[in-house]
Design a protein around this ligand. Sequence first.
Ligand code: AHR
Length: 495
Amino acid sequence: MKASITANKKFIIGEIDRRIYGSFIEHLGRAVYGGIYEPSHPNADADGFRTDVIELVKKLNVPIVRYPGGNFVSGYHWEDGTGDRQKRPKRMELAWSAVETNEVGIDEFQAWAKKADTEIMMAVNLGTRGIGDALNCLEYCNGTADTHYANMRRKNGFEEPFGIKVWCLGNEMDADWQIGHKTAEEYGRLAAETARAMKKLDPSIKLVACGSSGRWMKSFGEWELTVLDHAYDAIDYVSLHTYYDNFGDDTPLFLSRCEEMDAFIKETAALCDAAKVKKKSQKTVDLSFDEWNVWYHSRMQDKKIEKWTVAPAQLEDIYTFEDALVVGCMLITLQNNCDRVKMACLAQLVNVIAPIMTENGGKAWAQTIFYPFMYASAYGNGSTLRTVIESESYCVNNRTVPYLASSVIYNTAENEIVVYAINRSLDEDMELSVALENFEGFCLTEHIELYSDDLKAENSGDEERVSPRRVNVASGEAITLKKHSWNMLKFKPLA
Ligand code: AHR
């Protein structure tokens, strides 16, 4: 089949904020213990961090990492993870029914973030705690004056503030599974008052209010409007979360789910704009898609996990090739909505629904989903261009879905155009033509492809069945996108 993309230098959706290539480390399963931190591992550094994992994180080039949760944060005492490690309490962690040793806390995580070349997006507990503790935590992390919590940080060995610039006001507070779950009225008031107080303490921070933890939540829409009615002036971003699955083994449907993600983004932006109109505000509230991924492979096995153990193997999805295609489609969706989505976090980073897997005491490796993320983060920088797509389509759930999913990004610094293109057809290769208007002399210089015959192919520590390959590019030849393949195409002016 044939398909085409037309883009024009003058028609720009927006500048990509690199923070859309963020990720997430929660105190959950083996994300922290056995993931980023394993002092007994042969590759551990002096602080106990796995250097093999840091190397893989650096390959993903993640500009921001959300921490410490997730559902975990809604019962968390941040100060448990500070100071003398011998004195840190072990706690029953109620969100995931595990034991939290508190061996790692913000003292250690900020050091890890530096080693991994990333910033922290810190979440405060608005489940079992409130304004006071959010302020104490902020003062501990960012305080510069001669005051109690800033001095506590200094006493713990950190003279310089951690300087954390982005803070989440709780996590998924709309959800009944959340500890301290709230009504929109309750949360809206709390978020607004917490935000105002936190900005008095540190006016340089940016704040994310909880939006809906899924488009399917009954309260979606009403929740955002109520929360924003209270908090619009005090916050900077509204969050969105989404996870997709293929429980029904319906791959065409699975590959189309990013269209729902696109609608979710546009609907949430519209809700923010409705609140803006109502408030007669000059300010625009943008979006933080701070949890997104495929999540389902581990759901059944997780039900059998013994409770109240340290770092159980929870949410350890082993990803297939088709999951990588879905993740690729979701990244394209984020890029195409870069005018409103300013931050996003692939949930999560290591072991827990993650692109990076480890064995305790053993190897670390890249899952299938690692690769579309790595190439998006490395080369998907600059301005996303508006496109006209011509592609045959298919029908799922009364929805028309083009076989071609794509984004076109113009990187002025590199003077190159990067096209991400996924052929969603399970049967037919696609002959793609790309028309780049007002880009004199730009030619295809690079074609990277992720493909497997087997949609269910997985990677493991012993075998990498899914990895990118370079396709030969010959001038004048048509671009072929194999059936069910992910592709990155680079265009540059001829020298
Ligand atoms: O990422 C896993 C969990 O999914 C997070 O803890 C929670 O916020 C969401 O429901």
